[in-house]
Design a binder for this molecule. Structure first.
Ligand code: SAH
Length: 262
């Protein structure tokens, strides 16, 4: 792992892989044979190859602003042509269980409200509340995810499947909502379900990155493993789930997807 940047020697990273948590980024970096570090805005951007594809991998840190800064640097300084966000999320819709995956079709900021001047949730002056993801990348991620979830024990081992009760995990596609809160009470997740009945999952970064990518006209996709039900038990086993289940899902999924690219 050399640090930075002899001019002219870097491959052009075409795809950015962004994770919100350390455990996930380390799993991605472990599969990159040649990563080189560039430090910008206090973040380490790892440029190299994954499955033979030129990529840059980075930890966004947690929250919408942190994620938006990270996305802007990826677009401005690395000229990436697509951003894929992987991470964990709390399940909101009934039937979105721990161990399931969600590929976003749209993302919305559930804590944005400039009403009555603008409609609730709408990003002022953009005309949008729900930002669409790229269909081709999302379709490919969804296909890879269905394949992965068919046999979680093949990836995680039987004991982990048993420990986290990951029987028959499913892929869901639809709305993911983001906000600067770790939603960890039943009262709060009930309120979100009432306000946004079609929301499948809640997290803290995706909609911010979707907004940045929309403004730059660059494709964006997001895939999240459900780590909790955004209720009073949301803290339980969270860290272990991220390192033992979600990070392995993320890297396996991204690798499967990259392997299908020309
Ligand atoms: N207690 C954890 C909190 C991390 S924040 C810790 O100490 O590490 C949660 C991270 O996972 C964020 O990146 C967010 O995007 C996602 N996430 C998972 N479950 C969530 C939930 N119920 N509400 C909001 N974000 C959630």
């Amino acid at each position: 792992m050399a640090s930075l940047n002899e001019p002219g020697s870097e491959p052009t990273p075409v795809i950015a892989i962004v994770a919100a948590m350390h455990e996930e980024l380390s799993a991605v970096l472990a599969q990159m044979p040649d990563e080189r570090r560039t430090r910008i805005a206090g973040r380490d951007f790892w440029v190299g190859h994954l499955q033979g594809q030129p990529v840059v991998a980075v930890l966004s840190r947690i929250g919408k602003v942190a994620a938006a800064i990270t996305a802007t640097v990826l677009l401005e300084r690395f000229g990436v042509r697509a951003i894929v966000f992987t991470g964990v999320a709390g399940g909101l819709a009934p039937g979105v269980k721990v161990g399931d995956m969600v590929v976003a079709t749209r993302l919305l900021q559930h804590d944005l409200d400039a009403s009555p001047i603008f409609p609730k949730y709408e990003v002022p002056l953009s005309g949008h509340a729900r930002f669409a993801t790229d269909t081709a990348i999302s379709d490919a991620l969804a296909a890879a995810s269905v394949e992965l979830l068919r046999d979680p024990a093949a990836l995680l081992g039987h004991q982990v499947v048993e420990d986290f009760n990951l029987r028959a995990p499913r892929l869901h596609r639809g709305l993911i909502v983001s906000g600067d809160r770790f939603v960890s009470t039943a009262a709060e997740s009930d309120a979100l379900r009432r306000a946004l009945p079609d929301a499948l999952a809640v997290e803290m970064e995706g909609a911010a990155v979707a907004q940045v990518c929309h403004d730059y006209g660059v494709p964006f996709a997001a895939v999240r493993t459900i780590s909790d039900r955004a209720d009073d038990d949301a803290h339980r086993d969270f860290t272990r789930f991220v390192s033992v289940v979600a990070s392995r899902y993320s890297v396996a999924l991204v690798e499967r997807w990259l392997a299908t690219l020309p």
